[in-house]
Design a protein around this ligand. Structure first.
Ligand SMILES: [Zn+2]
Ligand SMILES: [Zn+2]
Length: 334
């Protein structure tokens, strides 16, 4: 089968490798769509894939089951998506539907940009009947999964003023979900394409950080109080410091982006301002019914998709994705 390899330095290539083989714990999916994720940007732009047997980090995959174990719930021909962080199914965390905390979890978060994909049974997500492939990839992948998990952790946000800092696909997904829940959402990003897109997804406005001062704009929007909640959707430590400045007293900073170190002033954050800071990672089996429910109620997740590009043009897909002039980019397959 054909698979995309991320070579680094902004280059991709196609490799011909053996098709994965099914067994009694896995399904084989003939891939029909795979979405690009922000977690792949560095691999594409900088170092390329480094792990043996890994060609790309694609993990937002939809397609048709080609083969499934006989005694499983799944059959050839079913249209499915993939949850790629899977628990053991037996521990307390898994029993509570919190597989991302399982100590014996398995990751399937690689090689999804390929003609076939091998997935553990616990991660198979059966798609609603008439959904198209690109939308299915958003529904069953982190495109919707991450914002929905964040939303469940944040609870009722109706009427709250929420600033989404960073309008990459995950930030945009949070704009969409929070606006749908009745929050008053403001986006902020340096890229105009994305600040404009946030408006189409339900934001009441957006702050273009290349032209406007964040603090000034937020204080003006909130009559000097600061945002009730800041969702941190940009993988930069400085963003956390900005969030502290623009969140109101006793407000919440919620982190969905990845960065691994930051210098904070705990006295200012927790003692003086009495802030709450928390976050979430990926999504779990407990989030999936909520994702389906939001979709059935009309949450327009297809609006997150700005480009659908044939798999054969993977290079172009990655270039558009990293340009910033895009929302979700999904590759389509024959
Ligand atoms: Zn992802
Ligand atoms: Zn477990």
């Amino acid at each position: 089968m054909k698979i995309v390899k991320l070579d680094g330095k902004g280059q991709t290539s196609f490799k011909e490798i053996a098709k994965p083989e099914g067994d009694d714990q896995h399904v084989i999916i003939k891939v029909k769509g795979s979405a690009l994720c922000g977690t792949e940007i560095h691999t594409f732009k900088d170092h390329g894939v480094v792990r043996e047997g890994m060609y790309n980090a694609g993990h937002e995959v939809v397609g048709v089951i080609e083969s499934a174990p006989l005694n499983s719930l799944y059959k050839a021909g079913m249209r499915v998506g993939a949850c790629v962080v899977q628990g053991c199914g037996r521990c307390d965390f898994c029993q509570a539907g919190y597989e991302t905390a399982c100590l014996n979890k398995t990751f399937y978060a690689s090689n999804g940009h390929a003609e076939y994909f091998k997935l553990g049974l616990n991660g198979v997500r059966v798609l609603p009947d008439n959904i198209d492939w690109p939308t299915g990839a958003i529904l069953s992948g982190d495109g919707l999964g991450v914002p929905v998990r964040a939303s469940r952790r944040l609870g009722d946000t109706a009427g709250k003023k929420i600033l989404v800092l960073g309008l990459g696909p995950i930030g945009l997904g949070n704009v969409l979900v929070q606006a749908f829940k009745g929050a008053e959402v403001m986006g902020a990003d340096f890229v105009e394409y994305r600040t404009e897109l946030a408006g189409k997804l339900g934001a009441v406005g957006s702050i273009n950080l290349s032209k406007q001062d964040l603090k000034e704009a937020v204080l003006e929007w909130t009559a000097g109080k600061g945002a009730d909640i800041v969702i941190l959707a940009v993988g930069k430590a400085e963003a956390l410091l900005s969030a502290v400045e623009v969140v109101k007293h006793q407000g919440t900073i919620f982190q969905v982006a990845e960065f691994t170190s930051a210098t904070i002033n705990p006295s200012a954050m927790f003692v003086a301002k009495e802030l709450t800071m928390t976050g979430s990672w990926y999504y779990t089996s407990a989030d999936w019914p909520v994702m389906l429910d939001l979709y059935s109620k009309g949450l327009a997740i297809d609006k997150l998709i700005t480009h659908v590009i044939p798999f054969e043009q993977a290079q172009e897909a990655f270039e558009i994705f990293v340009s910033g002039n895009s929302g979700k980019v999904v590759m389509s397959y024959n």
